[in-house]
Write a protein that binds this ligand. Structure first.
Ligand SMILES: Cc1cc2nc3c(=O)[nH]c(=O)nc-3n(C[C@H](O)[C@H](O)[C@H](O)COP(=O)(O)OP(=O)(O)OC[C@H]3O[C@@H](n4cnc5c(N)ncnc54)[C@H](O)[C@@H]3O)c2cc1C
Length: 336
């Protein structure tokens, strides 16, 4: 059985930063993540995209931010159970929590911090009969390695940030042809991105089709072409190498949803007036997984929540001790 001070469910950016903040208070952390590597959405969905709103970094690639967070956490020697989903939680007679993964690995800790983000990653899939025949054979729901798509004929569907950002990214690359299809003429994506997409269309770098939808997929083994249905237009068959339906991820809390914690719209309700604790004392929720009035699903908000959560965690773990906050510039980083 793995024993630790704080058990963190989810090794995304917020879970990783929790290790650092807990480490400054001499609290040891262990993380469980269902994915085979740490980094959460940043590694799973957009490792090569630049993030512009991390304080102190005018721009940082998502993958690089995760590397830096791992480096920052390293002095505190966190333990990892990767590739396993936290399945059940049971409160023990001594007040500690026993968390067991789907493979039966047991973890015991007096404090649990859930940093489970969107939970399990389930892309929203279009309703097309033979879709599964072409999954990973021309149909991709995420861009993990942008290099794999360079020099290809790409069709990207969607009207949100992910669809627009990738359409712009690839349209600016040599030899890569991009058609963006959206079922409406109103986009959810950031206004600047929408303007940029139409500018690229004017210069012939991108083809934007509005009021359109992919209605059929064709190909022998791999995807070869798709049919696009467009309002008041005849159907058109377009030759493609890859189709990226980027309709977002449907949030699924997974097993955490059955842990008896207060939930509102698929997220864990926390006390944002104080320490981001859930309705169960000793269980906290930080980052994208939680909700409270005014919640923003941003990395820096998760960092703040984690910093406050570990203050109460310290008091639970060390009821007789008092911790005095000292700046890292004064006390430095004293690892384990
Ligand atoms: C395309 C895109 C661009 C974005 N750009 C920005 C941006 O520019 N700036 C910004 O601030 N934010 C951005 N975001 C949002 C940002 O990625 C999230 O706010 C951030 O990832 C939240 O971090 P987290 O650690 O809370 O959760 P996540 O990154 O979602 O990590 C949660 C982890 O928990 C794991 N997990 C869940 N349930 C279990 C379980 N039961 N057992 C084990 N493991 C579990 C998951 O596998 C996952 O690895 C963007 C998001 C997307 C999709």
């Amino acid at each position: 059985m793995i024993k630790t001070d704080i058990l963190i469910i989810g090794a995304g950016p917020v879970g990783l930063f929790t290790v650092f903040e807990a480490g400054l208070m001499k609290l040891k952390c262990h993380l469980i993540d269902a994915l085979p590597e740490a980094g959460g959405q940043l590694i799973e969905i957009y490792p090569k995209k630049p993030i512009y709103d991390i304080p102190g970094y005018p721009a940082v690639l998502a993958g690089e931010l995760v590397e830096n967070l791992m480096e920052q956490a390293a002095p505190f020697k966190p333990g990892f159970t990767l590739g396993e989903r936290a399945e059940t939680i049971d409160k023990q007679p001594d007040g500690q929590f026993l968390v067991t993964t789907q493979l039966g690995v047991e973890h015991l800790a007096p404090v649990v911090i859930i940093a489970g983000g969107l939970g399990s990653f389930e892309p929203r899939k279009p309703q097309l009969e033979n879709l599964s025949d072409f999954e990973n054979k021309g149909v991709y729901y995420m861009v993990k390695q942008p290099e794999d798509f360079l020099g290809k004929k790409l069709l990207i569907s969607g009207g949100g940030d992910s669809a627009l950002d990738w359409a712009i990214y690839f349209a600016e690359k040599e030899n890569t042809s991009v058609t963006l299809v959206h079922r409406s003429d109103r986009f959810r994506a950031h206004k600047d991105s929408v303007e940029k997409a139409f500018e690229l269309q004017e210069t012939g770098r991108m083809n934007v089709i509005t009021h359109g939808e992919v209605s059929a997929l064709e190909g022998q083994n791999n995807l070869e072409s798709v049919t696009i249905q467009q309002k008041e237009q005849p159907d058109q068959k377009v030759t493609v190498d890859c189709w990226l339906p980027l309709f977002g991820l449907s949030p699924k809390l997974g097993p955490i949803g059955n842990w008896g914690l207060a939930i509102d719209k698929n997220a864990l309700v926390v006390d944002n007036t104080f320490d981001y604790q859930t309705n169960v004392p000793g269980i906290f929720a930080v980052g994208d997984v939680n909700t409270y009035p005014g919640k923003l699903k941003l990395i820096l908000c998760g960092f703040h929540e984690a910093t406050l959560a570990v203050q109460t965690a310290y008091k639970i773990i060390n009821p007789d001790k008092h911790f005095t906050l000292k700046y890292t510039t004064v006390r430095g980083i004293q690892g384990f």
